[in-house]
Ligand binder design. Structure first.
Ligand code: PHE
Length: 347
């Protein structure tokens, strides 16, 4: 038997089996079957030692050739299998770029955010600067400085959340007036507005314990009610529509004198009278000329300077703007409800 003779059957079978191995595991089993410690080739090689020297040599050469052939066959098949696996993986991972794709759920702006931006925007265009003020406020800023001493009956209406003295959660944005005046250090004119959270112990269909107000303050020499009415009318028309009308109704706030509540012609029935307004008018904001004591608390001389202030609820504006009769859905975060405003605003 020489190296060029016909292969023995088992060696032919071995090469055929290896070439047909369908998986890496099957291939490994064949490697063990032929080349492992208990394998056929190993066994044959071990048997060499029992042969006479001359035969051993010839047989050894043949076996080495078989061994090499088997090793080559193994590594070739290993490559074939790796190729096949990669092809399969690429096939599986293939992207069909003509598929429509999965759209993400688009976020939309919260209706309160929409109204906030609208209100801030109109104030900026009217020449006001916007500023913030603390939500945790001292009683002095929230009440005393606004002409509401400790025993003032108006304090009761505010349903205050009291924190550790001297702090409260501000019950309205009006303490911002004092802060704005003090920061301005007597400068004129002063046109400033704020927009932010306020808190009252109140919870029903149209009130939540946390709500928002927007407030504006104008100070200069010779400011009077006509200025107040002009600015408020401009703001209301910008927010609701160019044909809205307003009327000032005498009212009372400790920090303004005189004080007026402003009604707007009902945007739902255009002032003809409906289920919501009954009279054709809707009360929308509180306002008045800044009280002399408030000017003094802010560091201004009421003999020289006058001004007006007005404040309103952001949620209430949202309700009127979007025709809602409840406030709570705005804070329950049902995405279907909140997303409706996107379509609404693009009308
Ligand atoms: N602070 C008042 C309120 O919360 C509103 C107001 C602001 C009234 C400014 C007059 C002037 O009801």
């Amino acid at each position: 038997m020489g190296g060029n003779g016909a292969r023995e059957d088992w060696a032919i079978v071995a090469l055929a089996e290896i070439a047909a191995a369908p998986t890496v595991a099957a291939l490994e089993a064949l490697r063990v079957q032929y080349l492992g410690k208990q394998g056929r080739v190993t066994g044959e090689l071990r048997a060499l030692s029992g042969l006479p020297a001359l035969e051993r040599r010839a047989r050894g050469a043949v076996l080495n050739e078989y061994k090499t052939d088997i090793e080559h066959a193994l590594s070739r098949q290993r490559e074939v299998l790796a190729q096949a696996e990669q092809t399969q993986r690429l096939e599986q991972e293939r992207l069909d770029l003509t598929l429509p794709g999965v759209s993400p759920a688009w976020g939309t702006l919260h209706p309160i955010t929409r109204v906030r931006r609208r209100l801030a925007d109109v104030m900026l265009r009217l020449g006001f600067t916007l500023r913030t003020a603390p939500e945790m406020e001292t009683e002095w800023y929230n009440f005393e400085a606004l002409n509401m001493p400790a025993d003032h009956p108006a304090r009761e209406m505010h349903d205050t959340f009291y924190l550790e003295a001297p702090y409260v959660l501000r019950t309205h944005t009006s303490p911002f007036q004092i802060r704005a005046m003090r920061d301005a250090g007597g400068e004129l004119p002063l046109r400033v507005a704020t927009l932010g959270f306020t808190y009252r112990r109140d919870d029903d269909a149209t009130h939540t314990p946390q709500f928002m107000q927007m407030e504006g303050l104008v100070l200069d020499r010779g400011i009077g009610l006509p200025d107040l009415k002009g600015v408020v009318l401009a703001v209301v028309r910008d927010v609701f529509g160019p044909t809205e009308r307003i009327r000032l109704r005498p009212s009372f706030f400790p920090f303004t004198e005189p004080s007026a509540e402003v009604d707007m012609s009902c945007p739902l029935c255009l002032g003809t009278g409906c289920r919501v307004c009954h009279t054709g008018w809707i009360e929308i904001l509180g306002s008045g000329l800044v009280h002399p004591r408030v000017l003094e608390a802010g560091g201004y001389d009421p003999g020289e300077v006058s001004g007006f202030a007005f404040g309103w609820g952001v949620e209430r504006v949202a309700m009127l703007l979007y025709g809602l009769d409840e406030l709570r859905p705005l804070y329950q975060n049902d995405v279907r409800f909140l997303q409706a405003f996107d379509a609404w605003d693009s009308l």
